[in-house]
Ligand binder design. Sequence first.
Ligand code: 3H9
Length: 753
Amino acid sequence: MEPSEAKWTGTSLTILTITDPPTDRHKIVTARSAYAGRGVVDWLPAMSELVSLSHEGDVAVVTIANPPVNALSPGVPESIRRAIAAAANDPAVAAIIVIGAGRTFIAGADIREFGKVVSGEKPRLTLLPLLLEIEDCPKPVVMAIHGTAFGGGMEVALAGHYRVLAASAQVGQPEVKLGIIPGAAGTQRLPRLAGVAKAVEMCAFGEPVGAQEALALGIADRIIDGDLLAGAVAFAREVAGKPCPKTREREEKLRGADPAIFARAREQAGKTKRGQTAPLAAIEAVEAATRLPFDEGCAREAELFGECLYSTQSKALIHAFFAERAVSKIPDVPKDTAVLEIGRAAVIGAGTMGGGITMNYANAGIPVIVKETSQEALDRGMAIIRRNYAGSVKRGKLSQAAMDQRMALITPQLTYDGFDQADIIAEAVFEGMALKKQVFAEIDGIAKPGCILASNTSYLDIDEIASVTRRPEMVLGHHYFSPANVMRLLEIVRGRATSKAVLATSMALAKRLNKIGVLAGNARGFIGNRMLGPYLREAQFLVEEGAAVEDVNQALYDFGMAMGPLAMSDLAGLDVGWRIRKEFKHLEKPGVRVPLVADQLCEMGRFGQKTGRGWSQYDENRQPSHDPETAAMIERAAREAGIERRAISREEIVDRCLFALVNEGAHLLGEGIALRAADIDIVYLNGYAFPAWRGGPMFYADTVGLKTVLARVEEFRGRHGADLWTPAPLLMRLVESGAAFADFDKRGAAASA
Ligand code: 3H9
């Protein structure tokens, strides 16, 4: 870059201001290297591009404009600092407002900076000096907050002398969700404003508070109805000339904090954040605020922040954050693909899945017809929907008025009346090809042109289902996870003919329904259930080979899964897998080992929790205990099949179950059934309660090292045969080239850019 394109600012020549748009990374990199060694240590975009300074009479307005969420990317803190300094030095200014342009205040530090830790770079974090300068500013600094003030954004807000909030604003310290803790004195300033108990809760569990609660807690000074800036200017004039209260000097809420607060929080974190280190670090940091002077408390926070930032857990959670946002991008479906209008929906089947799907539409404000074949089934389905909503009202999660509104959007009926008006018809009948085909042939005759026909099948061939219609381009899978009104995952299954508009509409609809849509190819079981097959198979083989049911469950629970594989099967109902096995019996390869006991349990009517017996037995509160009869059945079946029984280590249990999952995931990736390893991770994090702090099965495999994973897979192939343990070709290719699943994703992203 030539000097004519750049402008020097500052006398120490430590900053190069680029007058061209800072988005041109190439120019920035060129400029950096061109000026290296000439006193320039870093570049900054011109202040006006990220932060502007304007005036409303005697009130200075510092506006942050770093779309989409005003993250504190490099350049933003420095620019705020310069703007505040300019306003502070301007004799015509009596007070200063900091406000966000666009949809929000500041959503936090730029998480992409933390991502640099993965590649060994040092993230640029320059927040602390800014916060001290704001707090020490001799003129009142008023933070005007709308949208979200999260993480570093909240820390900027806490350093202000006053905070005024739009009624819909939210404030919080959600860092633990990224495996870190507040790193710019949030754990030290928040307890000084909100009190120790609330600060512990907000920092350790990451949930935000709304404007009203923030006001009650003392975080907010006023709620502004109407125009935020106008309200903030009026407030600023009220406080102009008055003393500027420094949060760091406020001690009254710190005094006499009950030590039991910390013990209780640790106990709760042990339960609800099992296995995670950041929540415990956050509690310790807030505790430090009650013991140490502000500066020392900040130093302790910085130590804990550093430990968290460089942990595998934070890398995993940051991976999950970006993966969740990447999954909606389908490389061959352009961003600007026109989506179809979804104004009315219809659901076929009011069973467990159909009822949940119906609720999803009603929750999103979309009128929905739900059809059943008998009055009894319809009444039962509607009673469950009503009971679910009433439960939310009772728990204070939903108002009675909102429940009434949602119930009013649902039309239960036994006929296809009104289906010709629907923009989407979601089928959720019993899993069986013959029945699905019959239903699709019927609705094809009724639905209007342009209506999407979505099947909730969890295993069946979408193309075969589509073949009975005259509009295969409108047919696809919308595979929800049980309970469908709660679980956030939606597998969007692409048939051979599914149109791009239908896919784009499905992704957009997933967001409207508060789901995470993940695209899957049309393979048996799609992504999630296809991978689950080998995982559950290994769990069953392990008990046949000598592990106790409880050992297998405990090993995976200790790894971080919400429950062990056999406990999960008991919860889902063993009859589900039984039905699927019968449907696909003809595809079994003769001579290949299959689990021996699950079918026997089903033949005895032992379907798991709902019948009180399955792999374990269950009391009336659904608490499991060892089932000696099941154990004896397993032992007998293994003996008859000539399986040698032995002691099995926890490590083997975990490796066999998880590497079976990972290897199948690699097969899926290689076959193009899943687009990205990150998509598989999102499926497992949101559909199968894989621990988020492990990042998902594919991220976990990367952390173990693919070489190690492949070596184990080959070892298991040696012991159990190539029919069960064929290493995925993609896994072998990645190991050969020394790459990881993350590299596979990066290459894919680069190719589709
Ligand atoms: C922190 O602050 C540490 C501090 O203590 C300081 C230490 C020194 N950075 O979610 P959306 C992107 S840690 C970078 O779809 P929504 C996001 O990737 C941080 N990028 O929108 C997406 O990009 P794309 C603490 C960010 O309306 C786009 O913005 N803060 C960041 O559904 C839109 O996001 C948090 O943890 C960021 N901070 O939800 C807040 N945030 O379009 C994390 C978002 O390319 N963010 N992006 O896919 C959120 O919770 C939500 O994004 C928010 C908006 C509620 C703000």
